[in-house]
Write a protein that binds this ligand. Structure first.
Ligand SMILES: NC(=O)c1ccc[n+]([C@@H]2O[C@H](COP(=O)([O-])OP(=O)(O)OC[C@H]3O[C@@H](n4cnc5c(N)ncnc54)[C@H](OP(=O)(O)O)[C@@H]3O)[C@@H](O)[C@H]2O)c1
Length: 312
């Protein structure tokens, strides 16, 4: 089968399209024909070698990157009970060493969920990592309550477009921060208020929020804090070292999201109810994963960047 492999660390150019052996599912595994996958900033982080203490010191121990998959079950191991050949599934492989940038991948059935019927495969591939990150940040770490005012910084990106919609679904009054040309899109997906970050600084305009969900990490902790009410919460998907020692009120934390099948099932319900719709910036073929990662790495994607591997 074809796969995009990383035999060393570096920029996206080190990736090579190669012929590799098609995996055989173990007893508890499902072989998935990958129809679509997404690129995530995490793929760029892994590829750069900045996480080498967990991904392999000298080279990636799992050469096929790609966390999000949506595809069709092609074979099942003998102990698999929930899926049959032909089922449409999706999931996040980042807890399993990844492997999505390939025509097939074998994964434990325990991490897969049936693809929402109202999504295409590319739309489904957009969901797992970034939507679960937004859910865990808003609902779990951010403890968002119905009627609260929530600001999403970086609202037009992969995590941000899900965060706007999930925050609305959880009952928040949403202010979305994005660049000028993306304001209409964030309004269309549910933002009650928008701020153009090129014209207005949300940390300086006197407004305060119960929760700030941040995907950019471009401000000082004290600046974010100024925009929070006294018992507010701040959650960032980036990493702000100053928060490691932070205690007390307002609660301000770095988020480390984790793949969670229960959360993916929860999101499936919101998706099937039409309350969350993946936003796709563009699709690339498997051979152009390096270009997709380069584009994502520029940091201005509108929603998700997808790799379409098979036609369905
Ligand atoms: N902690 C975790 O578990 C976890 C999980 C997933 C992702 N992440 C991290 O979360 C971050 C965001 O991920 P992503 O997938 O959403 O990235 P992304 O798709 O590249 O989106 C980034 C967004 O940031 C916006 N942006 C850039 N500068 C901005 C500014 N000054 N003010 C407001 N918005 C600005 C961009 O919008 P414009 O084009 O409008 O500028 C872009 O849409 C990355 O650092 C990623 O590594 C962490």
């Amino acid at each position: 089968m074809k796969a995009m492999i990383a035999t060393k660390y570096g920029s996206p150019e080190v990736l090579q399209l190669a012929d590799v052996e098609k995996p055989t599912p173990k007893a508890d595994e499902v072989l998935v024909q990958v129809v679509a996958t997404a690129v995530n900033q995490a793929d760029n982080h892994v590829l750069s070698g900045s996480l080498r203490f967990s991904t392999g010191i000298f080279k990636p121990k799992h050469p096929i990157l790609g966390s999000d998959i949506a595809g069709v079950v092609a074979a099942v191991g003998k102990d698999v009970t929930q899926f049959q050949v032909g089922d449409a599934v999706f999931g996040d492989l980042s807890g399993q060493g990844r492997g999505g940038f390939a025509e097939y991948v074998a994964v434990p059935e325990a991490i897969l969920v049936r693809k929402p019927g109202n999504l295409t495969f590319p739309q489904a591939a957009a969901v797992p990592m970034t939507a679960v990150t937004a859910l865990q940040g808003l609902r779990d770490k951010g403890e968002l309550q119905r009627g609260e005012r929530v600001l999403i910084n970086g609202a037009s990106g992969g995590v941000g477009t899900f965060a706007v919609q999930i925050a609305r679904a959880l009952g928040g009054e949403v202010t979305a921060v994005a660049s000028s040309q993306k304001l209409d899109m964030v309004r269309a997906i549910g933002a009650d208020h928008v701020i153009d970050y090129k014209k207005e600084d949300f940390t300086q305009n006197g407004q305060q929020y119960d929760l700030i969900f941040d995907t950019v990490g471009n401000r000082l902790v004290a600046e974010y804090e100024r925009a929070l009410v006294g018992n507010g919460r701040f959650v960032t998907t980036t990493f702000l070292p100053a928060l490691l020692w932070r205690r007390g009120s307002p609660k301000m934390v770095n988020l480390m999201a984790h793949p969670d099948r229960t959360d993916l099932l929860y999101l499936t319900q919101l998706i099937e109810a039409g309350r969350v719709v993946p936003i796709i910036d563009r699709c690339y073929p498997l051979a152009e994963v390096p270009e997709a990662l380069r584009y994502l790495g520029e940091g201005h994607a509108q929603g998700k960047v997808i790799i379409q591997i098979a036609g369905h």
